[in-house]
Design a protein around this ligand. Structure first.
Ligand SMILES: [Zn+2]
Length: 210
């Protein structure tokens, strides 16, 4: 039985997945790419279609550096407030854009505001997506609570198979940049591998396997 939205992956691998929402953004997405490069880490970027139209070069840079691009809808609506057909279109438009810019089809999806209903689940499943949440929701990096807070609350959630969420789009993300910089240093010191969500999923073990 798969859980509807995945906040972590059950794995023996000493690896976790950092994810970045609401980009691409010409400043912060590129900043995150530089930070990741320093530690040879990979991450997953849940992009908004509208933003992809504005910054296609950033989309290509993320892809060419080996990171994963996930679907975060086209216009970032509350999906439970729109019709099932509109929801389908939100995912499809962004999927087409990702394919156009990278030649790849996205396999992971994160609903805006982590908000969904049965229709959203059905649309996501029939399009072949895994719906991805995150463990470190208390970090609340979107609200700019201070880099120290973002770092502390994220570090509390570090273990094998964790999925951590940050934002590289919408507004000033300098606190996130600082916190992620610190986190990457400590994670590489502790020997964690930073992998894409799909790579983490590939190491997923069924309950009872260990
Ligand atoms: Zn979002």
């Amino acid at each position: 039985m798969l859980s509807v939205i995945l906040h972590q992956v059950h794995t023996r691998r000493k690896a976790l997945a950092l994810t970045f929402d609401d980009g691409p953004n010409p400043i912060y997405t590129r900043g995150i790419l530089d930070l990741l490069k320093e530690v040879s880490g990979k991450a997953t970027f849940f992009m908004i279609g509208e933003q992809m139209e504005n910054y296609p070069d950033v989309v290509r840079a993320v892809d060419s550096e080996g990171h994963e691009i996930g679907n975060h809808t086209y216009s970032h609506p509350y999906l439970s407030r729109i019709s099932k057909d509109e929801c389908k279109l939100e995912l499809k438009r962004t999927e087409i854009l990702i394919h156009k810019l990278t030649g790849k089809r996205p396999r992971v999806f994160r609903p805006p505001y982590l908000e969904y209903n049965e229709d959203v689940v059905a649309v996501s499943e029939s399009a072949g997506y895994r719906m991805i949440g995150a463990l470190n929701l208390d970090a609340q990096d979107w609200g700019q609570p201070g880099a120290g807070h973002i770092f502390d609350k994220s570090l509390e959630c570090v273990r094998n198979g964790s999925i951590l969420m940050f934002h590289d789009g919408y507004g000033d993300r300098s606190q996130t940049m600082q916190a992620v910089g610190w986190l990457l240093q400590i994670l590489s010191t502790k020997g964690y591998q930073l992998v894409t969500v799909s790579e983490l999923l590939a190491s997923e073990q069924m309950r009872g396997e260990d």
